[in-house]
Design a protein around this ligand. Structure first.
Ligand code: PGA
Length: 250
């Protein structure tokens, strides 16, 4: 059986003191979790978070990583730097990075490959915009993004990959995909992985849903057969809500 994975994406929220406090609140609430629990914090909170998660079952994640090991890339952070902070997971290709920071299918692939080569696990985000959905292009978009993101991967690398299906129109809007829609699109993504790497690898891959997942809708989404976890934005900033989601992942 695959273990589900619930990851909080804190985005650009929380200073060091708030980080310490929030993890302190979350830890006892999720200590008996049946799933993997991750918090992806801002770079400047990694040190505080690393100390706070010590001795808990919460794993540390970051929100982006550069493809080069070092060099003249102002504002970027390398995989080595994340490893030094005991980071295990890194989000790559979040739609906010694609939308506002010029992230492309190619750069997502480069970042993911470098992260894995360095020893990190990646959460690669894919998902259609409202415009694409309304134009009937959801399948085309998620398949293109999945193929591009996994280009050049060895089969063995796939063990370190989690895909997050996050319809852009559902992120931070309070508009969740229906559990059936989320399930069906994840099945499409899994089929794309199967075409590239075969059935065993595709079935073993964990594919999360993200986009306004909250304490109320998590159980229904996480009960769907294709949904292997969640990437949680807003609700991950409230300890009790995040814990309810974590504890709904059986
Ligand atoms: P949300 O964000 O849960 O606030 O919609 C999800 C995400 O962006 O990963």
């Amino acid at each position: 059986m695959k273990r589900k994975i619930i990851a909080g994406n804190w985005k650009m929220n929380n200073n060091n003191a708030q980080t310490k406090e929030l993890i302190k609140q979350i830890a006892p609430l999720v200590k008996d979790a049946k799933c993997e629990v991750v918090v992806c914090v801002p770079f400047t909170d990694l040190d505080a978070a690393r100390r706070a998660v010590r001795g808990t079952n919460i794993k540390l994640g970051a929100q982006n990583v550069h493809w080069a090991p070092k060099g003249a890339f102002t504002g970027e952070i390398s995989a080595e730097m994340l490893l030094e902070q005991k980071v295990q997971y890194v989000i790559v290709g979040h739609s906010e990075r694609r939308q506002y920071f010029g992230e492309t299918d190619e750069s997502v692939n480069a970042r993911a490959k470098a992260a894995i080569a360095a020893g990190l696990k990646v959460i690669i985000c894919v998902g259609e915009t409202l415009e694409e959905r309304e134009a009937g292009k959801t399948t085309e978009v998620v398949v293109r993004q999945t193929n591009a993101a996994l280009k050049g991967f060895e089969k063995i690398d796939l063990k370190k990959v989690v895909i997050a299906y996050e319809p852009v129109w559902a992120i931070g809007t309070g508009r969740t995909a229906t559990s059936q829609d989320a399930n069906d699109t994840i099945a499409i993504i899994r089929k794309a992985v199967r075409k590239l790497y075969g059935k065993t690898a595709a079935n073993a891959m964990r594919i999360q849903y993200g986009g306004s997942m909250n304490a109320k809708n998590a159980a229904e989404l996480l009960a769907m057969p294709e949904i292997d976890g969640g990437l949680i934005g807003g609700a991950s900033l409230k300890a009790e809500d995040f814990a309810v989601i974590v504890n709904s992942a059986k």
